[in-house]
Write a protein that binds this ligand. Sequence first.
Ligand code: BTX
Length: 323
Amino acid sequence: MKSEILAALRSADGYVSGQELCEKFGVSRTAVWKAINQLKQAGYEIEAVQNKGYHIVSSPDILSKTELESNRKTAWVGEEIYYFDSTDSTNTRAKRLAEDGSVHGTLVVADEQTGGRGRRGRAWESQKGVSIYMSLVLKPEIDPNNASMLTLITAMAVAGGIEKTTGLECKIKWPNDIVVHGKKVCGILTEMSTQMDYINYIVIGIGINVQNESFPEEIREVATSLRIESGKKQKRAAIIEAVWEEFEKYYDIYLKTEDMQGLVGEYDQKLANMNKQVRVLDPKDPYEGTARGITPKGELIVDTWEARKLVSSGEVSVRGLYG
Ligand code: BTX
């Protein structure tokens, strides 16, 4: 009920009368009054004027199930939302939920992670109250070989969502980082559980630095936040909603061909590595070349002095990008 009232207050031009809210949600005036008080206690500034009704003056950067649900405009992402003030890792939580039968589109969001994970056992700095830590459960009927491209469409969705809410230009460092002004603002961790030719579930984890004003010594050189880059505080719930709206759009295009065919042009425009020197850290044979965009299968095209190579996994480090 709190989510619905919050959504009604947000979408109203001016005041919404208590009577209107009672009728809309089929509840008593006391129930509306109680819900409004709970919202006020949570930090929303709501004005109540006699004979006019309620009006939302401001909402701070709150993360809660109510805030997330009242912002939700997506078709299927976030139909089930799990919110935690603190958890070990939203990816770990989402994996457990997926194994316990949670549906396609289940979203896990946390205000803090005590064991945030990056790729290959690396850690993800997950301070409380400032950033976005979230994971989506997918149970798609696609070929497991095509699943890695979901990381690429997620990167496009994050870039689009951030641009729409903050106006900051985002670039994608293939395959899974989003950079603003050359520094990392977001990381994506995709994990999958499969049978031979069948996907049990996929969990896509996204970490976005939003309100951070500084970073620990080890990552100070590479990391940045939306606040640092825009000079303004941003609202995490609005960014979360924008990212998933973008995700649904790109996911539909991806599903048509189960690859990046319909998205190559747009992806390449966002590619930070485009026409830049990259070093491909192939464990057997590292090499250097110039990145020329992606293939419809999501591989990075790298022209070396002797041949064109297609990189489908492994790490690509970009010279000059991080200063
Ligand atoms: P990655 O392995 O590409 O990046 C990890 C590296 O990035 C670290 O070794 C460090 O150098 C740097 N780093 C760590 N924390 C930050 C940060 N906050 N901002 C910028 N750079 C940082 C990227 O892995 C994938 C990260 C996914 C994180 C999400 S959060 C929600 C979900 N739950 C979870 O445990 N992981 C994902």
